[in-house]
Design a protein around this ligand. Sequence first.
Ligand SMILES: C[S@@+](CC[C@H](N)C(=O)[O-])C[C@H]1O[C@@H](n2cnc3c(N)ncnc32)[C@H](O)[C@@H]1O
Length: 243
Amino acid sequence: MKLYAELADWYPLLTPLQDYVEESADYIAALRGALGDAPFRLLELGAGAGHNAHYLAPLTRELALVDLSPEMLKLCAETCPSASLHLGDMRTVRLGREFDAVFIHDAICYMLSEDDLRATFETARAHLRPGGVLLIAPDYVTETFEPTEEVGGNDGEGRALRYLGWVWQRPDEPNCYVVDYVIATRVGDATPVVHQDRHIEGVFPRETWRRLLHAVGFTLEALPRANPDDDRPLDLFLARLVG
Ligand SMILES: C[S@@+](CC[C@H](N)C(=O)[O-])C[C@H]1O[C@@H](n2cnc3c(N)ncnc32)[C@H](O)[C@@H]1O
């Protein structure tokens, strides 16, 4: 995906750090509720630019970030200077270390099959102490998915970005959807360069989440969360590893 490779340097203009203040407050509340007030050890899988992790870092005594993209991990080095950074796939990575919590934000949407989801839950289990928690915030579950479009972008120093994210679904593929990005980047007053990037993302019913989490050894609480962009409730899965 171009957005996480050759366009990664532009990512902070597509979705800036300060946009995550409100959203990360939901994750802080969920993690504090599950683990209490003491600093904890946190692993994020698919950490992207580390934007959520930046706001979660003060809660932690150890923070590890995993991503498939070296370019995105470079951004994490700036947003989360105290974190350890690891190149890896959330389905297979094994750090050989134990954490109190594993967090996965929108990167979970790149899991396209039940096997992918299950493998990711197994990665979480492999890194959690008994009684540790897995917090996952997918963009959609099947029950909340609807075709839509996002338009946005920001101005930076001497450069600017605008984008359209066009979200749609093929009728014969209920467990995935397409996000077609059209991204215009402008340096100085030059004519913008237009990039296209198609992302295929997974979406599953709540019952599938529940079944797979239980199969891997978690007990599940599903919490509603408020989307900062609209009033539609989104799902936030908080699962505890059976001790
Ligand atoms: C939308 S970004 C995440 C942004 C992040 N929520 C933040 O706060 O900055 C999605 C990230 O998922 C990563 N990703 C996609 N598939 C992955 C996989 N199988 N394992 C690990 N990371 C993955 C991409 O490289 C990308 O950096």
